[in-house]
Design a protein around this ligand. Structure first.
Ligand code: GLA
Length: 381
């Protein structure tokens, strides 16, 4: 294993523990998780890897293969690093595990991986879940994957200061090979749904870094909360947009301005699309699943307004190709990737045509991946 070799190179010994945690692609259910709604992501066969062993004392020495840098912190006072942000995910997760009462040991750690960064494929969730899986294995932590997912989300929210829902961490911890994961973000009930054998998940990276994503994401969360407040004062019994039906919305839309109505309409209709999509998947109906993906994109573009020219271009090109069931932006938006459901035998020609079309339209070279749905975090040694 590559990460083991790296560990030996850096620390001159074999690791005690090797774990991996996957990135994710969301098939449908966008901007619904923080509204207590439904999502349908899949873990992908790109991973963040950790190799490590105990060392005496309370210091953690860590090396990043990707950044070719070392960092060091003491478990007795964990703070964010002003410079080496890549180590902050490990710091945050370590801090929160200790706050549960568990005592960690000093460690030597090497981490690295192949989840594309800043592409909307949750490389940060993979780093967080990888960190929690690493400690679980190293110190025999008695924690189930759901609590590790919650802890990793809390690390991102409270330690890193980045607002996000639970979707990414949850699927990185609990994904299953060849399955999508249907999750109810209100009570965290989940179910694995088999992905049909003859449709491929093809992901196109727009190459646009998501600079606007964080500030716009925060604005969207506030707008959703405000929409709920106003709907409640108009008499709708709702704790979140999850509780609002399309009939409620139509009846009480006078309580919302145009922007809030659009935001709410996206969330309400997207939740319904996820439920329909799960049904379509179970019934082996990729055509219907694809239609829902197309509708999801239109709703994210027009109502939630989180798409951009590059994502729209990729989606329009994709929807014209033979053998395509559906295409949409995936993740928070404002750059990153699109996800496409493509008939197995058409996947190669699809990738070539979209790459060509994108280059011609915008002069950008798109990276295109064909992912296999994979298992969530696991120990490899
Ligand atoms: C980011 C967040 C997720 C989710 C998506 C949008 O990936 O981390 O929690 O909100 O955006 O669906």
């Amino acid at each position: 294993m590559l990460i083991e070799q790296e560990f030996r190179k850096i620390f001159g010994a074999s690791p005690e523990v090797v774990v991996r945690a996957p990135g994710r692609v969301n098939l449908i259910g966008e901007h619904t998780d923080y509204n207590q709604g439904f999502v349908l992501p899949a873990a992908i066969d790109r991973y963040c890897w950790y190799a490590g062993r105990r060392r005496p004392g309370t210091e953690v020495h860590v090396y990043s293969v990707d950044f070719q840098k070392r960092a060091q912190f003491d478990l007795s006072r964990i703070e964010r690093d002003g410079i080496d942000h890549w180590s902050d995910y490990l710091r945050g997760v370590s801090k929160l595990i200790q706050e549960t009462g568990a005592s960690l040991s000093g460690a030597e750690i090497v981490l690295g991986g192949d989840v594309p960064r800043e592409a909307g494929l949750s490389s940060s969730a993979a780093v967080e879940i990888g960190a929690s899986a690493f400690w679980k294995k190293l110190i025999n932590l008695d924690a189930d994957p759901v609590s590790l997912a919650k802890l990793a989300q809390a690390a991102e929210n409270d330690f890193m200061g980045i607002p996000c829902g639970i979707m990414d961490q949850f699927v990185s911890a609990l994904g299953r090979k060849d399955h999508a994961l249907f999750l109810d973000c209100r009570d965290l009930h989940y179910r694995h749904v088999p992905l049909g054998a003859n449709a491929k998940i093809v992901v196109c990276n727009s190459g646009v870094k998501r600079t606007l994503a964080q500030s716009e994401y925060e604005i969207r969360t506030q707008q959703c909360a405000e929409a709920v407040r106003r709907l409640r004062s108009a008499g709708v019994a709702a704790n979140s947009l999850r509780d609002v039906s399309i009939e409620d919305l139509n009846r009480s839309k006078h309580a919302l301005d145009d922007v809030l109505l659009r935001r709410a309409r996206h969330v309400v209709t997207e939740n319904n699309r996820v439920l329909d999509a799960v049904k379509a998947l179970q019934e082996g109906d990729p055509n219907h699943f694809g239609k829902l993906m197309n509708q999801s994109h239109a709703s994210l573009r027009d109502d939630y307004q989180v798409s951009c020219l590059e994502l729209d271009t990729l989606v329009e090109l994709a929807q014209k190709q033979p053998g395509v069931f559906g295409a949409r932006m995936t993740g928070a938006g404002f750059g990153g990737c699109t996800v496409n459901l493509v008939r197995q035998e058409a996947a190669g020609a699809f990738a070539d045509a979209v790459r060509d079309g994108y280059r011609k339209a915008l002069g950008i070279e798109a990276e295109i991946y064909t992912f296999q749905a994979s298992d969530g975090a696991m120990a490899a040694l």
